[in-house]
Design a protein around this ligand. Structure first.
Ligand SMILES: [Zn+2]
Length: 142
């Protein structure tokens, strides 16, 4: 007859799956990103994806689905990295709208993205973006 007063619990280390979309591997490391001001999010990654992140490969942490998008999944989610600011103008006829044109790094293979943003959005960007930027010495601007 077993003694209910004595319980032996096996402590199993918690196992995390890699957060990269559709990756079935077991995670061995964590990464933290600035998800949405002022929140930061931590996700788990397998060794292979950690190596890709360490090489600087582009990714996006999807805060809603709590997955990491990389490679073709970034393209499919319209989250290709924009690497060129092609121009800023006020050419829409509406003086409260600012036109901003961006380009991708695969020059010529993708049409530029053109956004028309309100002055309020432009002002909000000037407040929010410095948090993610550094000066020439690597010191945070925001
Ligand atoms: Zn992985």
């Amino acid at each position: 007859m077993s003694d209910d007063r004595i319980r032996v619990e096996r402590i199993r280390p918690e196992i995390f799956e890699c957060s990269v979309l559709r990756c079935p591997e077991q995670a061995t490391a964590f990464r933290t990103v600035d998800a949405m001001d002022p929140l930061s999010e931590t996700f788990a990654v397998c060794p292979e994806h950690l190596a890709q992140l360490d090489r600087g490969e582009p990714f996006k942490y999807d805060i809603n689905d709590r997955v990491v998008l990389m490679g073709a999944d970034l393209d499919a989610a319209d989250m290709r990295p924009v690497t060129a600011l092609l121009g800023v103008s006020q050419d829409s006829g509406d003086p409260t709208m600012i036109t901003v044109k961006f380009g991708y790094d695969e020059a010529g293979s993708n049409e530029p993205i053109t956004l028309r943003i309100t002055e309020d959005v432009a002002r909000a960007l000037t407040v929010l973006l410095p948090k993610f930027l550094t000066d020439m010495d690597g010191q945070p601007l925001g």
